[in-house]
Design a protein around this ligand. Sequence first.
Ligand SMILES: [Mg+2]
Length: 234
Amino acid sequence: MILSLFDIDGTLISTDGAGMRAFRRALEAVFDIRVDKKVIRPDGKTDPLILKEILAHFDSSERWCIHSQQEMFARYLDFLEDEMGKTLESGRVRILPGVRDLLHALSSESDFALGLATGNLEGGARLKLEKTGLSGFFHFGGFGSDSEDRTELTRIGIRRGSRHVSPASVDGAFVIGDTPFDIIHGRNAGASVIAVASGGYGIRELQACKPDLALADLTPAESIISFMRTATGR
Ligand SMILES: [Mg+2]
């Protein structure tokens, strides 16, 4: 079996910043911090790491405690539901090119299992995928709520994938993502990596991090699937 673990933002969908708008609203509500858009580039980072970096930027680390983290993320999920709803209504949420075809094609192959490797909290990942009609494709995953460290959450996702396909054995795992972090942490977790330039990074920037394959978008499905099979020796 081949495990395919997808990143969400910039890889499967674009939410036109709904996630960061929700994050900023929650920061203001819980920590009374107003964050300028330019303060942080969230791409490829986990939600807990983004929060940690923002609090450090504002020298508010002393306000960091488990209670406030939990409150922040509970508020964030409420705001995310609201922001996703508004962004969908205005037609600014997009499923990225090739994604639907690739997910359908992979799902119909008996030697592939589909999961997630995303910095989103599990609740946020679920919300984004349910709102875009993609949640039914994915059966396991590693999330920002599992670890702030992307290597670790990817390892967790692979472990869950192995359990999901058991008693079949895993021939290989692929991370599909849109940032250098997906490439570096995917590789550190022992996966092969397909990088896609549909998010905030260009194909040259991604190629510089030496993914196994770099693509402008996730088309065509057949050649991506045959690349994964060949790379896994199937
Ligand atoms: Mg991404």
